[in-house]
Design a binder for this molecule. Structure first.
Ligand code: HEM
Length: 395
């Protein structure tokens, strides 16, 4: 058997090589094995992908016969919520909590789980905990949400099959809101987890190079995703997408093309949140409300940060974005690249995001990793006293 010329240097030259202590299913002997290119869809892009009909089917799902709502109903909800709430206000050495409270990072995890939803084709969303699988697990915007899920792992183990990851992620978001003083309106359990990555959802035309820490905008295929530049007529996001960028949940926090322009950002936000079924009022409530909590992390240049979970080395044990600087966490944490909290009291539900926004003039500045952000300049009127550095992104 001759080697595939497109294969890499580890390709086998004879069939004997294949048998000689090597796994014949390695995927680099013949293109197409193990879904390496060229796949069937590379050869015939317009073919009907009938395999999607049995995606995540009963053979892949050991809980296929489980009645998830009934199983969830056997759980003592008050006890489960108490367990989650106890976790939120602890801190572990491998990933210390900011301000002694994991609640903000858990809200981000839960919202990013829900925030992939789009109305055009009904795909995405929190229903099956797809955040555990690539590509969503390894999107830039899900940086360090792997730590949030790993923190929840002991609770998942304790409750087992009765508590799906999808329920746990959403309920943890609720508990996080409650522990910081935000009243929630209840919780409905019974979601069924997916058991394999979803390759049926179209997330955009770009091929993402996860190893390149360049700007989010570098990799956007504008001919496919947008039909024009920001501000031009015809500036419209391709359907059914509900994010302005591949690998982001909604928009570039530095503004379109990292231009730091809040007005241009508002246009993108209206389009992307509209695609998630939000009107303007709901959009403002979500963004200002969500950022009443927590902070943005940008202590370290992006090129120092390791690969996302999907392509991290085996010794990373499923975690991604290894940070070799200092402790690699706590005050050295690097997620988005912009550093600072939005409000003076990031573990308390209040209106300070908007109070702060309107009480001060803001000037554009750069975080240590050169990400575009805002810094408070002069009080427009008397503002609240601040206990932490406050920053702003373009929304
Ligand atoms: C235009 C939409 C949004 C953008 C561009 C955006 C962007 C960001 C960015 C850049 C961070 C910092 C991540 C880090 O470095 O750790 C962040 C954090 C956060 N976001 Fe958003 N966000 C948006 C909407 C929302 C919404 C709708 C919610 C919730 C309802 C939310 C909740 C949070 C929370 C709680 C944090 C703090 C996480 C922590 O402290 O670890 N965000 N967001």
């Amino acid at each position: 058997m001759t080697a595939n010329p497109a294969a890499d240097s580890t390709a086998y030259s004879t069939y004997d090589d294949v048998l000689e202590g090597r796994c014949p299913f390695g995927g680099n002997t013949v293109g197409g094995a193990q879904a390496t290119p060229p796949t069937l869809s590379d050869w015939y892009p317009d073919r009907l992908r009938v395999e999607q009909l049995h995606r995540d089917g009963p053979a892949a799902d050991p809980l296929a016969d489980l009645d998830h709502p009934a199983a969830f109903a056997t759980i003592d909800l008050a006890e489960l919520k108490a367990d989650i709430t106890r976790l939120l206000t602890t801190s572990v050495s491998w990933w210390p909590s900011d301000y002694g409270n994991y609640a903000p990072q858990m809200i981000r995890m839960a919202w990013h789980s829900a925030g992939t939803y789009r109305i055009a084709d009904g795909r995405g969303g929190a229903g099956q905990a797809m955040q555990r699988f690539a590509p969503v697990s390894s999107w830039w915007d899900n940086g360090n949400t792997d730590k949030s899920r790993r923190l929840l792992w002991p609770i998942k183990q304790e409750y087992g099959a009765a508590l799906s990851w999808a329920d746990l992620i959403v309920l943890t978001g609720n508990c996080a809101l409650e522990v910081m003083g935000f009243p929630t309106i209840g919780f409905g359990g019974g979601r069924r987890d997916a058991w394999e990555a979803d390759d049926a959802t179209y997330w955009g035309p770009e091929h993402l190079d996860m190893t390149d820490p360049g700007s989010y905008d570098d990799m956007v295929d504008r001919s496919g995703r947008w039909t024009a530049e920001p501000g031009e007529p015809g500036y419209e996001l391709q359907q059914p997408l509900a994010a302005s960028h591949q690998a982001l949940i909604y928009v570039n926090p530095e503004g379109p093309n990292a231009n730091g322009d809040p007005a241009a950002s508002a246009v993108d936000i209206r389009i992307t949140f509209g695609r998630m079924a939000m009107d303007d009022v709901e959009t403002v409530a979500l963004i200002a409300g969500g950022h009443a909590f927590g902070k943005s992390h940008g202590a370290v240049p992006a090129d120092q940060i390791g690969a996302p979970p999907e392509i991290a080395p085996m010794e990373a044990m499923g975690l991604g974005w290894h940070n070799p600087v200092g402790s690699g966490n706590a005050e050295h944490t690097m997620t988005n690249g912009i550093e600072g909290s939005w409000t003076p009291n990031p573990t308390q539900w209040d209106n300070d995001y908007l109070e702060n926004l309107f009480a001060y003039e803001w000037e554009q500045t750069r975080s240590p990793p050169a990400r575009c952000s805002g810094r408070r300049r002069t009080p427009r009127r008397r503002g609240p006293p601040t206990r932490t550095a406050t920053a702003s992104t373009t929304r």
